[in-house]
Design a protein around this ligand. Structure first.
Ligand code: FAD
Ligand code: NAP
Ligand code: MG
Length: 445
């Protein structure tokens, strides 16, 4: 019997388990499918933890999500094509749910397809190698229960461990003498900690944007965002401003490239993450910056040097859950032999074509089109149910315009489902005024 290992039970790993279950329901022999998850529960980043640093077992904490995190894109852009929001919530809900609501949705489909039985929780994957003689992977896992290592053979391995958990932490002159807290966004949990403080945030992407906004929303006295390359340029609310690159600190005073300075109480490095997979043999290990088309992955999924190894969700992400599904259906069909993997040269040429096109991508609208076409391409390869991807593309474009129109108001907008057509109602409370991020408050008021 063929054996497949899935590493991680976040949105990607759960998409993979779900994909296999769909095939099994259709009568396919999917062999044995086993998922290893180092945490005690499923949901990946969406499974909130208050912990930072090391977990209870001495491993790095996976979670990078924080309290008061609302979806930063319309939920209609990530809807599972085979499990609409309407089905899960029994009716329309607004377009920008808080974390707990999306966690509930992810888990809802996983429960429906009954995949929890395949997951070994509290089990960390420590090593993955490929044995040329047996043509199988040797996967070494450690169970936290007894702290024993065991090694099992698998015909296929699907890596679904995410890539927003190992922080990229730069250092600037003067950090070592700064008389306040310096933390990375990976360790940010509760904005209330910074109420009344003057904050410095480094970075100009989603974490910088959202942590700046919510820190101010929950009471920071001022937030200064320092960009390295380009400012985000949104119409920030009073109390938030953007300045050029940080040069150095002198005591509490941060000095910027335009010669200005600002006294700050704490510094949050929203400087992104590393693809960091120490548990994979270097020969098999994906190494890439955070971009929309990593090298060496055919169709963004199949490891060209050994197509029995696949990776999910390794791209930078406009699309999330529906893209993960499309990838998982492809990975499944590679395992089942329904999709034939072409020769190495053909795969390399295909990757080359995509990356050449990616090199010409300039700006967010191009990026949206690029990833839309990538997902569209994936959808031609499997039986993942169709959804109105042109509508999703238009939603992303509208969303970008909404953010430019009002960075504090864009989460109050409504979008139509690409699966059911249902239009999300307006939220009962505007996002900027809503301090309670609970599911109960969002759904039932
Ligand atoms: P993850 O969710 O990271 O899950 C990976 C799983 O693998 C984890 O459960 C982890 O414990 C497990 N694992 C890792 N290593 C091992 C190991 N060695 N052995 C066993 N198990 C292991 N996306 C959106 O669509 N909307 C949002 O609003 C949004 N907000 C975000 C906010 C933040 C702060 C961050 C960091 C990301 C956000 N994302 C958002 C993007 C996010 O990447 C995806 O939504 C999604 O969580 C990715 O799923 P994944 O399964 O690839 O990875
Ligand atoms: P990211 O998108 O990879 O951005 C990293 C940022 O760090 C870039 O702006 C980069 O600047 C900057 N940077 C890197 N090194 C630096 C240095 N030495 N000095 C100064 N700046 C430096 O990472 P992210 O913003 O953490 O986002 C990660 C994921 O989390 C995304 O998928 C996002 O959607 C998600 N997220 C969602 C929410 C939400 O509200 N739901 C909130 C946060 C994050 P350059 O441009 O100069 O390279
Ligand atoms: Mg996963």
């Amino acid at each position: 019997m063929s054996r497949t290992a899935i590493i991680g039970a976040g949105p990607c790993g759960l998409a993979q388990l779900h994909a296999f279950e769909q095939a099994r329901l259709d009568g396919a022999d999917v062999g044995e499918v086993v998922c290893f998850e180092k945490q005690s529960d499923w949901g990946g980043l969406w499974n909130y933890t208050w912990r930072t640093g090391l977990d209870a077992h001495g491993d790095p904490v996976h979670g990078s999500m924080y309290r008061y995190l609302w979806s930063n894109g319309p939920k209609e852009c990530l809807e599972f094509a085979d499990y609409p929001f309407d089905e899960h919530f029994g009716g329309p809900i607004p377009s920008f749910p808080p974390r707990e609501v999306l966690f509930d949705y992810i888990v809802g489909r996983a429960k429906k397809s009954n995949v929890r039985q395949f997951i070994h929780f509290d089990t960390a994957v420590r090593d993955i190698t490929f044995d040329d003689d047996s043509q199988a992977f040797e996967v070494t896992v450690e169970s936290y229960d007894d702290r024993r290592l065991r090694t099992e053979a698998f015909d296929h391995v699907i890596v679904a461990t995410g890539h927003f958990s190992t922080p990229n932490v730069p250092e600037y002159p003067g950090f070592e003498h700064f008389p306040g807290r310096i933390l990375h966004s990976h360790d940010f949990r509760d904005a209330v900690e910074f109420a009344g403080k003057d904050l410095l945030i480094l970075g100009s992407s989603y974490s910088a944007e959202d942590i700046a906004l919510q820190s101010r929303k929950y009471g920071a006295r001022s937030v200064t965002i320092s960009y390295r390359t380009t400012p985000m340029g949104f119409g920030w609310p009073e109390g938030i401003s953007e300045v050029p690159a940080l040069q150095h600190l002198q005591g509490r005073t941060a000095h910027f490239a335009d010669g200005t300075g600002r006294s700050v109480d704490a510094i949050i490095l929203c400087t992104g993450y590393q693809h960091h997979f120490p548990f994979i043999d270097p020969e098999l290990r994906l190494s890439t910056t955070n971009n929309l088309y990593p090298e060496r992955l055919y169709k963004g999924v199949v490891w060209t040097a050994n197509p029995k190894l696949m990776y999910l969700g390794m791209q930078d992400q406009y699309y999330t859950f529906n893209m993960f599904d499309a990838q998982a259906f492809l990975a499944r069909d590679v395992v089942l032999g329904r999709v034939e993997v072409p020769d190495r040269e053909v795969m390399d040429a295909d990757i080359g074509d995509w990356r050449a096109r990616y090199a010409d991508v300039a700006g967010v609208m191009d990026q949206i089109d690029f990833q839309t076409d990538y997902v569209r391409d994936l959808m031609t390869m499997t039986d993942y149910p169709a959804f109105d991807i042109d509508l999703v593309r238009r939603h992303f474009v509208d969303w970008e315009h909404d953010k430019d129109a009002s960075i504090t108001g864009y989460r109050d907008r409504c979008f139509a489902s690409p699966c059911t057509g249902t239009v999300g109602p307006a939220p009962h409370t505007t996002w900027w005024d809503e301090l309670d991020d609970s599911l109960a408050r969002f759904l039932h008021h």
